[in-house]
Write a protein that binds this ligand. Sequence first.
Ligand code: NAP
Length: 244
Amino acid sequence: MLKGKTAVVTGGSQGIGRAVAMKLAKNGANIAIPYIGDPERASHTLCEIKALGVDAALYVCDVSNFEDVAHTFKQIVADFGQIDILINNAGITKDKLVMGMKPEDFDSVINVNLKGAFNTIKQVYPLFARQKSGKIINVSSVSGLMGNAGQANYSASKAGIVGLTKTVAKELASRGICCNAIAPGFVKTDMTERFVDNKELIDSIPLKRMADPEEIAELVLFLASDKSNYITGEVIRIDGGLAM
Ligand code: NAP
């Protein structure tokens, strides 16, 4: 479905990003992964992607740092020749009730989750506008739609992603570029490890289970492919009914 295309998946070294990178690679896309943490884990993911027969590369890059992102995306274009798909997946949590939340923890979550997406979109915006094609998929969360006690910083960042998505969709629609967001509920990754055995939480999900990262990747593949060319500015919940 994506043969010959180049996809940038931020935070693609693990969790949802890793599943997305693998899914796009299985469908023929070359993959560039900006990541920040564990090089060993990232190299493992890279080997698995390359084994699928596509080109792939890792870039140590803090998405919250504009200069770092600008430099990385220049390098990606030099290495791959083009960018066709941008997945803004990198994200962090620093949960506390507002009462105990430090201002710097509010800032850092906004800077990675929201400004990080702005920083990467700034890089592909002129490229996509020039080539009159491109797909941008931003990972929001049901926390951004409903709010969630203990997540003022995270919920605000993910609600911001919704506004950013719709604005970019409006700005770039005349050039045939689609920008959409997905809003997962609970997905089995390191981020939600502490909730896996929380019966009350699982019971609150109508489908009575967390999602597998693979299920999120299927939706991202659809939005990255030509099958979704008439969808833009949309926020798609993928949450087992949690935010119904
Ligand atoms: P995860 O396993 O913790 O992975 C997060 C990824 O983001 C990691 O690859 C990490 O890179 C990368 N990252 C963090 N800070 C970064 C930075 N400053 N610059 C570049 N990369 C950075 O989390 P996940 O559960 O897969 O979440 C992925 C996305 O889905 C996030 O945006 C999250 O908010 C969203 N989401 C998750 C859930 C869920 O239930 N898991 C639900 C809704 C939305 P390193 O590996 O290099 O550290």
